[in-house]
Design a protein around this ligand. Structure first.
Ligand SMILES: [Zn+2]
Length: 160
């Protein structure tokens, strides 16, 4: 699948809930995993492949999940670190996030589950859930830093 890049409108939409847990969804998440691995990402949300759905896949620090209809139940602590996004040419910027996050969601069969993560995997929970809400990591940056990332991304698009 092709990765949708900033500033595509679909990245700003709040995704529709996933309601059908069927073979079509299985195929979609398989394609999303393949696309994510090919791009060397650790997470990929449906809006990033042009679909306004509350759905993401991730494989980060040993946590491999299909996540439908995610909600963040709680967060704790704080971490400093660099964050990037496949839809923004993997251009990184420092972004403070909670250290731990607890996620509630449905798996590919529609079963509800809860999962807690720390560090990079918690960052991934938050980043990908943001995508389902129409938010990018850029939206958490200061205006100055956001402009810097946008400029670098424009340059990157021109030269690749
Ligand atoms: Zn992203």
């Amino acid at each position: 699948m092709e990765i949708t890049e900033f500033p595509a409108g679909v990245l700003k939409e709040v995704g529709e809930p996933v309601e059908q847990f069927d073979a079509e969804l299985e195929k979609l998440v398989a394609d999303m995993f393949e696309t994510m691995y090919a791009a060397e990402g650790v997470g990929l949300a449906a809006p990033q492949v042009g679909l306004s759905l509350r759905l993401f896949v991730m494989d980060c620090e040993g946590i491999k999940l299909v996540v439908a209809n995610p909600g963040i139940l709680s967060v704790e602590g704080e971490q400093e670190g660099e964050e990037g996004c496949l839809s923004v040419g993997k251009i990184h910027a420092p972004l403070r996030r909670p250290l731990r996050a607890r996620l509630r969601a449905q798996d590919a069969r529609g079963e509800w589950f809860e999962r807690e993560a720390e560090g990079l995997a918690a960052r991934c929970f938050l980043h990908e859930t943001d995508h389902c809400d129409g938010l990018l990591f850029l939206d958490h940056l200061s205006p100055l830093r956001r402009d810097m990332v946008k400029r670098r991304f424009q340059k990157f698009k021109k030269w690749r």
